[in-house]
Design a protein around this ligand. Structure first.
Ligand code: 26Q
Length: 839
């Protein structure tokens, strides 16, 4: 009976892709899911109704996808990440389903506006920056390429903080993104795993003579799953992002309840659930906080248990099938405890020999490194590990023992090498080197851009690369063209499609066909009109958020990314000050009016980064209120940079600032998004900038500054900024303005730390690159004045950045690292369910 009805409802909903049925679905949701009539309906109610209507379309495909994977038992990819920076979902979901126009029209007929509705959606900001957004782009590409994949992460109650600017300073407020219902997630209370912390270990010799380890007296926390569907573009495959939330377990509190201490029981419950309360807001810095370690293990333990359970459902105890049917990718070292966790389950719980278990592990895991910055490399105190994860610490010691034994065999007597390679750092407090654990426990280790992968082999993993040269590889990052061009920039997408068709959305290399029209005056004219039209929404955003008016008839010079010294927002600020000085002193005939736009969050405890934000805001105030220059330049710091803001800022940019000290930015992905939207890059030879130059050609990018090798040499000679200061009178005057409180007259000494740092240390070599940067900016201005030349550059940037699609990146991971193949969910199966439900 139920089966018949399900089939019937299936067919009804399947047919429901008309405007009429979409309208009906929206109204049904409003009434029956949200219990709202015509009165008291909020914008968010309407958004939810639309979101549910869209999500309902995903559900059939989602179920079918999971059934297909279950039936065909292909190799599955699990992407473990502490961060998934998804942003908003509605627009993307409608685009991937091919229902955008249907939905738009349905809403229009109801007197509603889809754009307005989309603005109601909260960003899912469960990430800091590049690493988290990369994970989100990868999910989109995995689904689009029909690869059976799951994302595993944490469902933080609070994502990355919201940034407010108060009197020029960054203030943080909590991001309570779940305060309103999230229509995309499905709670799975039946999918819970117990995660343990603390306690002690015991070893027992069993009757058969084997010793076995037991982990006793641990505290227990439950991990409960929330699933979000991840649709591919123009495919029926819908993958899953599974996020874990911490719930206290009853057993755990029983003691207190039995003793009648209700409040203590509740306190313990609250403490337990703190594990998934908040995302740590550090980007590229590892703070050794115990709660962060707990979060990492919580993600790892729940995910590995889930993976093993599903494996056993599919293959029983045929453990040899494990690495053939499962690939686990570690997004940096944050989930590296997955290695000892899988060892623990296989050896302690499933009774496998150490050797067998180890072979399974190393053939299953692969590790992506995202940074060479020493302060970002995770090292956890052994003392903390022993207290929190006593059994894992033993396993790590044992891994290290066998590993160092092998090293000693290959390099007899080389004690220094053993010290360098060890999983345990012994200088000062003993610490576990998570990167070493990840390298030893994986069969592949990749960097995220060619230069970064090269430097990785030469620096932090030099000894490992000598030991296992074939383990190390490069997979250059990419971004999803669905979100970062089709969705973020409809005017440009439409123009591109009108010129070359829409194949580019799934095969970004097709953008090359634009080269044909790069010099066509009529096409150029259209291109400029479209680029110009993208500025409107950004102008509005800047006005609303900062009160600053900016003009579309200026060059939009944009630096958007996390605020970090190595990214050198301060160098951008110095250039803005220099431009101001030059304009005031010799009103220049060929100055191109510019709007300088900066956005990005500073980690709350990172004082220098916060001071840089403050400086940029003070520079903005000074310049924007100076009548003699304000028609030639404006400056704005756009608060609360996040995915949805990026989608508005990036399409409007003319110039993309990618000016990190060479050798510090692993890849960058904002550089790719901006180039894909027709911004021309000014940048150093760092990260993926190098590959962008290779693709777009030297004539279509502005490169300046010392190379990574030159920076190295500079530092080796004992870099001293004074020589660079002495040789540039302009630089001296710029620095003087910083030192003499020109931008902080009412707060003397405010920016002195920035000045002192530059003049005395300048670790990131801003002053060494200053002169070349300015000269390069002058070349930019010249190029921009030649309208046809600039337009051609803009078109060629788009035409030639097909390489930077995350589809290409994922295809490479699938082939070189995971050996995973696509499994296409067939649409004809959708219309005739062949899986009768038996009750
Ligand atoms: C570690 C331990 C404790 C607390 C926080 C952290 C932590 C959190 C986030 C360490 C690092 C990160 C983020 C790193 C990151 O975003 N790296 C960026 O990754 C991008 C994708 O590969 C690259 O494009 C960027 O170049 C790189 O900076």
């Amino acid at each position: 009976m139920l089966t018949d009805h399900l089939v019937e409802s299936w067919q009804v909903t399947c047919r429901g892709t008309s405007v009429e049925s979409f309208k009906l679905a929206i109204l049904n949701n409003l009434q029956y899911r949200l219990a709202k009539g015509h009165q008291h309906t909020t914008q968010y109610d309407l958004f939810q109704s639309v979101a549910y209507a869209a999500a309902d379309h995903l559900v059939e495909r989602w179920i079918l996808t999971q059934e297909t994977y279950y039936r065909e038992k292909p190799k599955r990819v699990y992407y473990l990440s502490m961060e998934f920076l998804m942003g908003r979902t509605l627009g993307n979901c409608l685009i991937n389903l091919g229902l955008y126009d249907t939905c738009k029209q349905a809403l229009e007929e109801l007197g509603l506006d889809l754009e307005e509705m989309r603005e109601c959606e909260m960003d899912a900001g469960l990430g800091n920056g590049g690493l988290g957004r990369l994970a989100a782009c990868f999910l989109d590409s995995l689904a689009t390429l029909n690869i059976p994949a799951h994302g595993f992460g944490i469902r933080y109650d609070y994502g990355l903080f919201n940034q407010k600017i108060v009197n020029g300073r960054q203030m943080e407020t909590p991001d309570s993104w779940l305060s309103l219902p999230n229509p995309w997630e499905v709670a799975r209370p039946e999918h819970v795993f117990t995660v343990r912390f603390g306690g002690r270990t015991e070893q027992h010799t069993e009757r058969d003579g084997a010793t076995r380890a037991y982990w006793r007296d641990a505290d227990e926390v439950l991990a409960m799953a929330y699933d979000t569907p991840v649709p591919g573009y123009q495919t029926h495959n819908v993958n899953t992002l599974r996020l874990w939330t911490a719930r206290s377990s009853d057993e755990f509190n029983l003691d207190y309840f039995n003793h009648g201490d209700y409040i203590a029981a509740c306190e313990k419950k609250v403490l337990t659930e703190n594990i998934t309360k908040v995302l740590y807001p550090n980007d590229n810095v590892s703070q050794g906080k115990a709660l962060r370690l707990k979060q990492e293990y919580f993600l790892v333990s729940a995910s590995i248990q889930d993976i093993v359970q599903r494996f056993k459902g599919d293959f029983g105890n045929d453990w040899s099938a494990f690495p053939e049917s499962i690939a686990i990718q570690l997004n940096d070292t944050h989930p590296a405890l997955a290695i000892p966790e899988l060892m623990r389950i296989l050896v302690d719980e499933e009774d496998l020999s150490w050797e067998k278990a180890w072979a399974i592990c190393t053939n299953t895991f692969a590790y992506t490194n995202h940074t060479l910055m020493p302060e970002a490399l995770e090292q956890w105190p052994v003392r903390l590990m022993e207290a929190l994860l006593p059994r894992h610490m033993e396993i790590i010691y044992r891994i290290n023992h066998y590993f160092l034994k092998e090293v000693a065999r290959q390099y007899p007597g080389d004690v220094e090498r053993l010290r360098r390679l060890s999983l345990i750092a012994e200088d000062g407090e003993q610490r576990v080197r998570m990167a070493h654990l990840a390298v030893v426990g994986s069969h592949k280790v990749n960097g995220v851009a060619a230069l970064h992968s090269h430097l990785m082999r030469e620096t932090i993993f030099r000894d490992f690369a000598e030991l296992w040269p074939k383990k190390f590889t490069n997979v250059t990052n990419g971004v999803t063209p669905r979100r970062w061009l089709k969705k973020a920039n409809p005017p440009l997408s439409n123009l591109i499609t009108s010129a070359i068709g829409e194949e580019w959305v799934k095969d970004l290399s097709r953008l090359r066909e634009l080269e044909r029209v790069a010099d066509d005056p009529a096409f150029q004219e259209e291109w400029r009109r479209v680029k110009q039209s993208c500025k409107g929404p950004l102008i509005q955003l800047v006005q609303d958020e900062t009160g600053i008016s900016i003009s579309a008839n200026t060059l939009f010079d944009v630096q958007v990314k996390r605020i970090h010294e190595y990214k050198r927002q301060l160098l951008f600020a110095l250039y803005i000050i220099a431009s101001y000085l030059r304009l005031k002193e010799e009103p220049q005939v060929n100055w191109v009016p510019r709007t300088f736009l900066v956005a990005g969050k500073a980690a709350p405890g990172y004082h220098t980064a916060k001071l840089i934000i403050h400086l940029i805001n003070r520079i903005a105030e000074t310049i924007n209120s100076d009548r003699s220059v304000r028609d030639h330049m404006r400056v704005a710091f756009i608060p609360n940079y996040r995915v949805s803001a990026a989608e508005r800022i990036i399409p409007a940019a003319n110039l993309s600032e990618q000016i990190s000290t060479a050798g510090t930015e692993a890849s960058g992905t904002g550089n790719m998004k901006l180039a894909l939207n027709g911004a021309v890059t000014i940048g150093t030879l760092d990260g993926a900038n190098i590959e962008i130059r290779e693709e777009v050609g030297e004539d279509n990018i502005f490169i300046f500054g010392h190379t990574a090798a030159q920076i190295d040499a500079l530092r080796a000679q004992g870099y001293c900024p004074s020589a660079f200061i002495e040789s540039s009178p302009l630089l001296q005057r710029v620095l003087h303005l910083l030192a003499c409180d020109f931008f902080s007259p009412s707060e003397p000494g405010l920016f002195r730390p920035l000045y002192d740092n530059l003049v005395h240390c300048d670790y990131f070599c801003l002053l060494a690159d200053f002169a070349d940067y300015l000269a390069c900016q002058d070349r930019v201005s010249d190029a921009y004045q030649d309208v046809a030349r600039w337009t051609r550059m803009s078109i060629l940037n788009v035409a030639r950045c097909g390489k930077f699609s995350s589809d290409r990146t994922i295809a490479q991971y699938a082939q070189d690292i995971w050996e995973a193949k696509p499994v296409e969910v067939l649409p004809e199966v959708l219309t005739s369910p062949r899986c009768p439900i038996t009750l």
